[in-house]
Write a protein that binds this ligand. Structure first.
Ligand SMILES: [Zn+2]
Ligand SMILES: [Zn+2]
Ligand SMILES: [Zn+2]
Length: 167
């Protein structure tokens, strides 16, 4: 039976937002049909199977993180965007590296030195410097946010880490 009964579903997918769970193919094309990922969620409102999750193999049903990944698509109705990531974290999932938000640091330089208001010099993607004020401006690689004046001013993790590499 490629379409699972509600109580046959993995616990994570016994959720009312999930209209159905299909195993061994895509619900749209039937038993044995192939697709690229291990699983996918139908989220388009025009899709008659909106709310369904399809798995290539029943083995994957026991992968909790994969189930939560697809469930977050169904609840959010979105691809891998901010709304999706928020829902995934709320239901106890983890955002895998490849679906994390990407920050384009080079497009986000500080326009002015906060002290003298001149354009700072770019030292690297995450480090800008005002030679006049001898002022460093750093950006976090993880969040894209400014962590000025300098990471070694901060207590905890950053303090113990190297200067350029860790931010
Ligand atoms: Zn499908
Ligand atoms: Zn996904
Ligand atoms: Zn300055």
């Amino acid at each position: 039976m490629p379409a699972l009964e509600f109580d046959q579903r993995p616990k994570e997918l016994q959720h009312l937002a999930v209209k159905g769970v299909f195993v061994c193919g895509c619900v749209e094309r039937g038993d044995g049909s192939r697709f690229r990922a291990q699983a996918h969620a139908h989220t388009s409102k025009d899709d008659p199977y909106c709310g369904w999750i399809c798995f290539l193999s029943p083995k994957r049903l026991s992968q909790k993180m994969l189930c939560l990944h697809e469930l977050a698509h169904i609840i959010s109705g979105c691809g891998h965007n901010d709304k999706y990531r928020k829902v995934l974290r709320e239901i106890g999932g983890r955002v895998e590296d490849q679906y994390r938000k990407r920050f384009h640091l080079r497009n986000n330089p500080p326009s002015k030195c906060p002290k003298c208001k001149r354009q700072p010099t770019k030292m690297s993607e995450t480090h800008f410097y005002c030679p006049k004020c001898d002022y460093d401006i750093y950006f976090s690689k993880k969040t894209g946010r400014e962590i000025s004046p300098a990471p070694w001013f901060f207590s905890g993790k950053e303090l113990s880490l190297g200067r350029e590499e860790q931010i």
